[in-house]
Write a protein that binds this ligand. Sequence first.
Ligand code: MG
Length: 168
Amino acid sequence: MLIYPKFYCNNVREVTLDFLQKNNIKGIILDVDNTLVDFYKKFEEGTIEWVQNLKQAGIKFCIVSNTNKVEKVTYVAKTLDVPYFYFSKKPLKTGFLKAKKEMGLESKNIAAIGDQIMTDVIGANRCKMFSILVKPIAEKDIFITKIKRPIENKIIDKYLKKIKKEKV
Ligand SMILES: [Mg+2]
């Protein structure tokens, strides 16, 4: 299903090197808002180290953000020292494909992590990448995200029921 993530977890730090290796992932596309930083551009504790450690293990990174706030994306990208694309219009494929080219990897070896089904998950699935949905850092979100959340939550509920069924 295009709307379901391949993996759902609390935050980016739960995506471990072991998990990536088991799933043959060599590169990660990252969303910015509510995935890496909150409304005030603040990183959650351990997130910067998480990127550094995975980079040292050879995992490639690229930021693909829908925001038009250039200054915000550059701040995050420079802090993490990773390439970035902004104003990407996810779930359109463009940003994902630019990141894929930048990392020089095949789609099947790329995971895309984000907090929104409608943009991050659907976009990644359309590109046949490994979609990972994380819980949003803060609910102090931009207006448009607030509108989308009730629908997102319904989809997540359905998804969790589905994977619970599959595990039985
Ligand atoms: Mg986001």
